[in-house]
Write a new protein. Sequence first.
Length: 395
Amino acid sequence: MTVRTLAAVSISIGLFGAVAGCVRNQAKSENDRYRGTIPASRAKDLAAKPKPEPKAAPDVATITPPSPDEKSVVPAEFLSTPVAVAEPAATAQPPRPVRERMQDRREERQEQRKPDPKPDPKAEVKPTLPSPFVKDKKAEGGLIEFATPGEGKTESTAAPAKNPELDAVKKTYLLARQKWDSLVDYEAKLVRKEIISNREQPAEEMIFKFRKEPYSVYTKNIGAVGRGREIIYVQASGAKVHILTGEGDNRLVGAGFYTQMAPDDRMMTSKSRHKITEGAVGRTVDLLGKAIAAAESGKYNGLKALGKVTRREYSDPVEGIEATIQPGQDSDLPKGGKREVYFDANAKSPSYGLPVLIRLLEGDRELEYYCFTQFKVPAHLTDADFDPAKLQKKR
């Protein structure tokens, strides 16, 4: 190998080493850039700029008062201003358990639901002026409410309301009550006419006997309808109604057939709007007393005194009372109606003071008509008058 060749090889090796070194330096620079290092070119620029010095935070807790020489240049407001001292930060409290927080909320709700405490009844109540919006209670006859000092109570006083109509009704009722309470038995002639199931029944004429103790009823038809029919009932446990059929009652058995039925049997109730246990005039007196009590309490305002009324059934005028029946109050009167009761007003009559005529009206339509005449009071009735055996002998 010649000298020229060796020289060429050496030069080539040297060039190769220089190139490899450059490549290594460039790769190292790239790696340093990706690792967050600042390139050399940028580092030189930053090194040339002076870094700002950090400002020290003022320590208010360590401010020293000015020296005597500096008081002349320090404002007087600064000298009188108290020095603020930084308080240590409050330590954070750990969160409370969920159960305790829910319990606290429940207790708060219970406290809110508690009613306001009642005022002490012994505490003195200061009188208050009346409201300007309150109407004149005396003119209206209404309730007057006031507070009594020292007692803390609210009282109501009702202004006495005079009702001439009700007073007249009460006068008639008190006489009827007195007569009925003193009555032992009676006998009368009864004319009965009713509308049952929207069908008008023919008028029945009968002899009616009643005894108060024990409750006993005897009837005998003497008119054209059901002539000869007799009914006896003596109230007792499991007592039956004893019946002797009359003319036209039953085509199969004819008149004079004896039978027994329960007081609430359908055959009994189909012949009358009332049961045999409701047949005495005393029931009318009891119902009138209840109506008066309801009127006095303000629950009913349908009583009216009719005064002396002349009726074709009686030779003397009778005392009349009218009671209004509101719609829905009676199942048989869906549209309402009225009941008229007439009392014997003749002081010389044996039935003086007792109800002798009862009418139930739906408009102009008469649903009930019960008329008692020819009273015998007292009737001196005995057990023989209410003995069912006499009906069995007639069959």
